[in-house]
Design a protein around this ligand. Sequence first.
Ligand code: FAD
Length: 125
Amino acid sequence: MPHLGNETIKAELGRASWKLFHTILARYPEKPTAEEREALSSYIYLFSRVYPCGECASHFQKLLKKFPPQTSSRIAASQWGCHVHNQVNSRLGKKIFDCNTIAEKYQCGCADDGDDGATEAETEE
Ligand code: FAD
């Protein structure tokens, strides 16, 4: 994967990616099935392989070796995600995020039953 080379674009990509990453973890089932656990684990490893910033992907792959994805529950997964993001923050000299606030920060506006709660008018757009 090529280096993006532009710090602004790289940071923007990072912010968007972390947002999706943490929101997925915040929506992950509280009691996941074996299949759901496998799906999350695969997603995380594939994400680390296809992430477009090559330098970031390579560091993240090393982090995953040190801190393998925790998929046993929503709390385990979202706290793990917060922890690995903090590892990246620390390496980049950024502030450490308080992982106690993760559930309220990453909401998706979706219903809990998997239905996204969109109205008919919204789905027609
Ligand atoms: P970001 O780190 O992008 O965070 C966005 C927002 O998320 C913050 O404003 C805060 O509200 C919240 N947040 C912060 N920490 C946490 C946390 N621990 N848990 C939950 N929410 C949190 N950039 C590089 O220059 N080199 C790299 O090697 C590199 N590796 C990366 C690897 C991955 C997998 C990703 C997704 C991004 C990587 N980046 C890397 C980008 C970098 O992490 C930042 O996204 C970018 O520098 C923008 O930083 P930011 O200060 O705006 O906040």
